[in-house]
Write a protein that binds this ligand. Structure first.
Ligand SMILES: N[C@@H](CCC(=O)N[C@@H](CS)C(=O)NCC(=O)O)C(=O)O
Length: 265
């Protein structure tokens, strides 16, 4: 067994972690992943040596007690060392072996894996920069999607409109790209495609909130997606069904495939 090139701490499962794991599998490198279900991560110590805390270790006067800021409510236990390495205090949180370097933002963790594996990051510096272009565009979309999905129970019209605009902007760019090439950057898979698949699959979870949206007189933003952006949707569905993706994503998109009347493996 080879030595892990990175250690990742996160709630699990997490599509933002799958990006790195799919890439690691394809590049033949090892990534060490630690974590627990989302609801349990509040009882963990967020650290390079992350671990589950006992009841007596969890109190508001713990030196590690912090208030969750994004996606987590209530108290979280983050060490000072964790916050030195991860100044925004988010997961997934990656560390170089030994923990001296913290890498945050799932797309940057993904880049770190691809660099360590020496693959899937374009054939030269220009292509690598084009891959970065897609990863940046993807983060802007994914951030809007995060706010939208977390706020689904009580969405303002402004939030809904922002998401609809971000979706249209991002998907039309992906669609346009795929009229020119089979993958986002040229004719080979790169981490730009991997990030797109994972974050877009996560956005499609809006489909689980169809009733909640209807109760707020709103409709699914992705409702006509496969017709409006056929190449983008097909790219996501095809890649997510490929072995390296399916291995990590499991049945995550089965509900969506069924909804489209597609075969489920
Ligand atoms: N854009 C970031 C999103 C990470 C993020 O926002 N993580 C949230 C959970 S979804 C978090 O760790 N929140 C910590 C907190 O609430 O303090 C990425 O792709 O890694």
């Amino acid at each position: 067994m080879t030595k892990p090139v990175l250690k990742i701490f996160s709630y699990l499962p997490n599509p933002r972690v799958w990006k790195s794991l799919i890439t690691a599998d394809l590049c033949g490198v090892e990534v060490d992943v630690t974590g627990a279900k989302p609801a349990e991560l509040g009882t963990w110590l967020w650290d390079y040596d992350a671990r589950s805390l006992s009841d007596s270790e969890r109190s508001d006067d713990s030196p590690h007690a912090r208030t969750g800021r994004r996606g987590f409510s209530g108290t979280l236990y983050k060490t000072d060392a964790f916050l030195d390495a991860h100044p925004f205090g988010t997961v997934p949180a990656a560390f170089s072996p030994g923990g001296s370097v913290g890498v945050f933002e799932s797309n940057s963790i993904l880049r770190a894996v691809a660099r360590a594996g020496n693959g899937l990051y374009g054939r030269d510096g220009y292509e690598a920069s084009r891959v970065d272009s897609f990863l940046d565009a993807n983060l802007v979309f994914a951030r809007e999607a995060q706010v939208y999905l977390l706020g689904m129970d009580d969405l303002s019209q402004e939030s809904y409109d922002r998401m609809a605009a971000a979706y249209e902007f991002y998907l039309s760019g992906i669609e346009q790209t795929l009229t020119q090439s089979a993958y986002l950057v040229g004719d080979e898979l790169t981490i730009a495609d991997i990030s797109f698949v994972c974050d877009f699959a996560q956005f499609l979870r809006e489909g689980h909130y169809e009733e909640a949206l209807a109760g707020q007189s709103k409709t699914l933003i992705s409702a006509d997606g496969p017709r409006t952006y056929p190449r983008a949707y097909e790219h996501m569905l095809t890649l997510s069904g490929a072995p390296a993706f399916a291995e990590r994503m499991g049945s995550y998109l089965d509900w969506y495939r069924k909804k489209l009347g597609r075969e489920v493996a």
